[in-house]
Design a protein around this ligand. Structure first.
Ligand code: ZN
Length: 321
């Protein structure tokens, strides 16, 4: 049961990543998408689009066949120049489109956000879903975006996050596979793939993780750290003995992988996967050629276990443990 529902969210993400989130009925309701496709229709996240008048002929699979007329409720008669008259399932001519407005409405209500904070950022591409207030005055600002592997889309979203003053509190959900490609303007932000964190239930997305988790945030006037990873995630800076080192993209990803790991110990290939690298043999120190001090301060190779361990400084212990 739940496998089927997770699958529906996965299908939804795949459709959202198409430039036009439309699919024909045969592909949606048969084959690999089957169960997930039916679920999306039942949940009314997909709406019927215009019927096609030409489709690839289901008999020869080559020529275009023209829709001639309906035959009963579920069948249509097609005409193919090669095969002549061909009977086909009506689903072949139907199209379904993701209802983006309904989908965003459902995200807003599932996260229990106030609809008044909602805003379309890019045309049918990205949205600010709303702001969630927390105890002790910490707020989180939620965003959803499609096509985030397109740097232009990511840059556009980043501009909005900055103008919302939400760099410290942004939570981004996307239909794009994560991690985002190297060089994305959003590296270091908290970005989750929708299918990885939520499943569909009746009229609601149920989120697996604790969405109330508060992103670490710092007041602006806080003194600069001495030896700390505190500003790695949002600013891309590491501090060693009071000196600020600006991290390169891969350096930041490696540190974040170790910071986010539950015991801060990982094998090289685990770090590689987390960083979205395809290197055959992933050696973290190779990426720290320009910041060797940062590597040696914060990362330690544990020889016997063939693992890398994060070395947490005294001043980071309170928030990074
Ligand atoms: Zn044919």
């Amino acid at each position: 049961m739940s496998g089927k529902l997770v699958n529906a969210t996965g299908v939804l993400c795949r459709l959202l990543e198409q430039s036009k989130p439309t699919i024909n009925g045969a592909a949606l309701l048969g084959g690999e998408f089957g169960e997930g496709g039916h679920e999306l229709v039942r949940e009314r996240l997909l709406v019927l689009g215009p019927a096609l008048s030409y489709v690839t002929c289901p008999d020869c699979g080559i020529e275009m066949a023209r829709a001639v007329r309906s035959v009963g409720v579920d069948q249509v008669l097609l005409y193919c120049d090669e095969c002549g008259e061909v009977d086909a399932d009506r689903a072949l001519l139907q199209t379904y489109t993701v209802s983006l407005s309904r989908f965003i409405d459902r995200m807003v209500s599932s996260l229990e956000l106030t609809p008044s904070n909602r805003k379309a950022i890019g045309n049918d591409i990205s949205w600010r879903l709303g702001v969630q207030e927390h105890k002790r005055g910490k707020a989180q600002t939620w965003y959803f975006a499609r096509h985030l592997n397109d740097h232009t889309v990511a840059r556009h979203l980043l501009d909005q996050i900055r103008s919302d003053n939400a760099a410290q509190s942004a939570k981004i959900i996307t239909s794009t596979d994560v991690p985002l490609p190297d060089g994305s303007p959003l590296v270091g932000y908290d970005i989750k793939n929708l299918a990885a964190i939520a499943r569909m239930s009746q009229n609601v997305f149920l989120f697996f993780d604790d969405r109330a988790e508060v992103t670490v945030s710092q007041p602006e006037e806080e003194p600069a750290p001495v030896t700390s990873l505190r500003h790695v995630r949002h600013k891309g800076w590491a501090y060693v003995d009071g000196v600020k080192y600006e991290l390169e993209g891969m350096q930041q990803k490696i540190l974040l992988a170790l910071m986010d790991d539950f015991d801060h110990r990982m094998e090289a290939n685990q770090i590689r996967d987390k960083c979205g690298s395809r290197a055959a043999r992933f050696v973290p120190i190779k990426y720290f050629g320009r910041n060797p001090l940062v590597y040696h301060q914060f990362i330690q190779y544990v020889d016997g276990d063939d693992e890398y361990e994060l070395k947490i400084s005294e001043e980071d212990r309170s928030w990074l443990s």
